[in-house]
Unconditional design. Structure first.
Length: 367
């Protein structure tokens, strides 16, 4: 975290509204060597065995842990610097490892996992097997001493673990469909489809989304600026990568302590959530001048993952095409900006695997 006194003459709310991504992003640079050493270290024991060991130790279903790990990070172990809590940074929500143990002003499941396992917070952040143990211990503690015999009985505990009902829906969709992948250590992992019930989310929202394909899941009212711009001020899209999951990102925007938001979040399976109305100003770009004129689109995933945007290009491009039509601005690199190109911002977002040309080509096609 940086100190706000660096911004003397700017009040706290304006500082948070601008976003801290610019300065905080610097911690993400230059750690490729550290990342590669961590990947080598994590590869010493098979990942499936680490999930099995944690499941056995704490009496939780292995396949449930596998599904949670897939939803959280596609079974990758992101370096702790990537999403460490940084005040006012849209990507710094304080989520660690495959099991996304949290540590920020609203939540400290990392500290609780340390208490339950006897492991240090640093080990839980950096060691893959320990992180999975921490997640299993936390899930078991939430469920309590009475352990369900089937996967469906864990739904409420999973929702509480993720901090939002949408998390349980994502996890159980993954259990139902199965999952597979090869991660950065070279390990291939498969989760066979399970016979489960996917929990439904019932909402009674008075508002509907601006974009008909999106579900309206509003950010906390204190995390954006309300109705401060006319429609003709919107002439820019800023593309982000969340360094987190779909449900985790939405949950962070709903957190009254986060002081960040984006208008839309794009996830897997064609899912889109709108969290801020188009005419309102989301706090996402790390620049107030850019926030005032832009729509921010977050995408679930991690910059280090080659497949971060897999399955999201078309969904996101259709959304961008709608915005370009509605606000009458052209499809080019002057009006579709990746986050790291915002002046004054130092970040790698949306990472090296985002195909800019492919994205713009698809937007033009759908427009």
């Amino acid at each position: 975290m940086w100190s706000e006194h660096l911004f003397s003459g700017m009040d706290r709310r304006e500082f948070l509204r601008l976003g801290g991504a610019g300065l905080a992003g610097a911690v993400l640079l230059g750690n490729a060597g550290v990342m590669s050493r961590r990947v080598v270290a994590q590869a010493r024991r098979p990942l499936r065995a680490e999930f099995q060991s944690a499941a056995t130790e704490y009496g939780v279903p292995r396949d449930l842990l596998l599904a949670m790990g897939y939803v959280n990070s596609a079974w990758e172990m992101p370096p702790p610097e990537v999403s460490a809590y940084r005040e006012g940074d849209i990507h710094g929500r304080g989520a660690y490892g495959i099991m996304q143990l949290m540590q920020n002003p609203s939540e400290n499941s990392l500290g609780e996992a340390a208490r339950l396992t006897g492991l240090s917070e640093e080990k839980l952040k950096n060691d893959r097997a320990s992180n999975i143990r921490g997640g299993a211990a936390l899930l078991a503690e939430i469920q309590g001493p009475s352990k369900p015999t089937g996967l469906n009985g864990w739904q409420e505990a999973v929702a509480e673990y993720g901090g939002i009902d949408l998390y349980a829906t994502e996890v159980y969709e993954t259990l139902e469909s199965g999952a597979s992948g090869t991660i950065s250590t070279g390990e291939s992992l498969e989760l066979a489809p399970q016979d489960v019930e996917v929990p439904e989310i019932f909402t009674a929202q008075a508002q509907s989304s601006d974009y008909k394909r999106a579900e309206w899941i509003p950010a906390h009212r204190g995390n954006y600026s309300s109705r401060e711009r006319a429609v003709n001020q919107i002439d820019l899209i800023v593309v982000h990568l969340a360094e987190g999951s779909y449900s985790g990102t939405i949950s962070w925007f709903k957190d009254r302590q986060s002081n960040v938001s984006a208008h839309y979040v794009v996830g897997n399976r064609g899912s889109v959530a709108q969290c801020v109305r188009n005419e309102d100003i989301a706090w996402h770009a790390g620049s107030w001048e850019y926030n005032k004129r832009s729509i921010g689109i977050e995408h679930s995933g991690y910059a280090s993952s080659p497949g971060a945007f897999r399955g999201k290009y078309r969904t996101s491009a259709k959304l961008s095409a709608y915005l370009s039509r509605r606000y009458n601005f052209p499809v080019d690199k002057d009006h579709f900006v990746i986050h790291r190109k915002v002046p004054g911002v130092t970040t790698r977002c949306p990472g090296p695997h985002f195909n800019y040309e492919k994205y713009l080509s698809l937007v033009k096609r759908y427009k």
